[in-house]
Design a protein around this ligand. Structure first.
Ligand code: S3P
Length: 437
């Protein structure tokens, strides 16, 4: 595997810039999936050029969908209709992407052909029974490896029936897998969740013409309709913007403008939490793109105070905890996080990876099974390991911008899964991030 280590050093100056981060990963995956199953051609603008979304596009190409790239960040998908996918010749490789694997497990359970979904070393450790068990109740035949992990072997040709499923875990991937299987099921498929999660699948299915009942915490649809092609405009990814929001907050004298950031309310828990800690983040030019609220964010340096992160925000910022750990380490006082056990089964065990890394930089952290207590204080230079987790790597790079000495970050190659341009944009804004010798 490619290894890439970075060195990030204290910024010599404040951060400045006016730019857009790349397109939303969740929306890009779903746009390729639904456009592939639609009747007609759809154009996707703002598509994320990242390892994860490339994996999804490659998988649909392997199943006979023609996907053209007229320009970077743009795709034309020639949909084959709900029943038009072809049996793939080989294994379908999801790479590092849990979203690709879990959503595809539902979608492929409804096909006439067999398929196998596999992933990289990190994805191969992640729990899949959360999707395979409810899918089995729908009549699907999806096998996991021992321990409930990938690869997934999916037997086609099963008659699926709708179920009303109360998911024990707040997961948009679980909800979406069942809704995508529900497209092929007899009767109604309904999913309720312990806390509302991102609703892109529901919104996009409706936009492609499929009737969906959707309310926070519950979604339902019936099989037997048609998806009609349409153009999709992908907003800038809030999760990618989050690294710059925190960097500009922490580095004195900074002011950054981040354009056209998607502000789906199920994604923006970090904004509430940072503002409660004292951050200065203004929203300008609120408008809509592809049915999603988008704004330009203006972020200025501010001093932060530690808080108890309200549990009701946890699901709405599930991907932002690595960078929140860094913000908390630089805040005055203690920040406590609870109710976030899901962090232990992301691309890495994010509680353990962030705690070990920040400890190596002199931060006092107490880990708990579902969170941490982080005591703010000065960050020292040192060496940390992102363990191949893209978001931990970028969070540590931001830590380097405020540490007293250089921070060397090991295993950063997977940043390309969600944000290949990160180091380039970070340098343009004034962060010193470079490949380590
Ligand atoms: C995603 C859902 C979340 C999130 C992931 C993307 C999605 O995962 O962490 O990065 O696109 O549906 P869970 O459903 O496991 O919470």
């Amino acid at each position: 595997m490619n290894r890439l280590d970075w060195t990030s050093a204290r910024a010599s100056r404040s951060l400045h810039g006016d730019f857009a981060v790349p397109g939303d990963k969740s929306v890009s995956h779903r746009a390729v999936m639904l456009a592939s199953l639609a009747e007609g051609a759809s154009r996707i603008r703002g598509f994320l050029e990242g390892g994860d979304t490339h994996a999804t596009a490659r998988i649909f190409a392997q199943m006979g969908v023609r996907i053209e790239t007229p320009a970077p960040h743009e795709r034309i998908v020639r949909g084959v209709g709900l029943h038009g996918l072809r049996a793939p010749a080989g294994v379908l490789d999801c790479g590092n992407s849990g979203t690709a694997m879990r959503l595809l497990s539902g979608l492929l359970a409804g096909q006439a052909f067999d398929s196998i979904l596999a992933g990289d070393a990190s994805l191969s450790k992640r729990p899949m029974r959360r999707v395979t068990e409810p899918l089995a109740r729908m009549g699907a035949a999806v096998a996991t490896a021992e321990g409930g992990t990938p690869p997934l072997g999916i037997r086609g040709g099963q008659a699926l029936r709708g179920i009303d499923y109360a998911s024990p875990v707040a997961s948009a991937q679980v909800k979406s897998a069942l809704l995508l299987a529900g497209l092929y099921a007899n009767g109604e498929t309904a999913v309720s969740e312990p806390r509302p999660t991102r609703d892109y699948t529901e919104r996009m299915l409706s936009a492609f013409g499929w009737p969906v009942e959707s309310a926070p915490g519950r979604a339902a649809l019936t099989g037997g309709h048609t998806l009609r092609a349409r153009d999709v405009e992908v907003p800038a990814d809030f999760s990618s913007a989050a690294f710059f929001i925190v960097a500009a907050t922490l580095v004195p004298g900074s002011e950054l403008v981040l354009r056209a950031v998607g502000l789906n309310p199920r994604r923006t828990g970090l904004l509430h939490v940072l503002r409660a800690m004292g951050a200065d983040i203004a929203e300008e030019n609120r408008r809509e793109a592809g049915g999603e609220p988008i704004v330009d964010l203006v972020v200025r340096h501010a001093s932060l105070c530690g808080i108890d992160v309200p549990i009701e925000h946890v699901a709405d910022m599930i991907d932002e905890f690595p960078i929140l750990f860094v913000a908390a380490a630089c805040a005055e006082g203690v920040t406590t996080i609870r109710g976030a056990a899901e962090l232990r089964v992301k691309e890495s065990d994010r509680i353990a990876v962030m705690a070990a890394g920040l400890r190596a930089l002199g931060v006092r952290i107490e880990e708990t099974p579902d969170g941490a207590a982080i005591e703010g204080g000065p960050l020292l230079g040192g060496s940390v390991d992102s363990q191949g987790d893209h978001r931990c790597a970028m969070a540590f790079a931001v830590a380097g911008a405020v540490a007293a000495g250089a921070v060397t970050i090991r295993d950063c190659a997977n940043v390309a899964t969600s944000f290949p341009d990160f180091a380039h944009l970070a340098r343009a804004a004034g962060l010193k991030v470079s490949a380590a010798d």
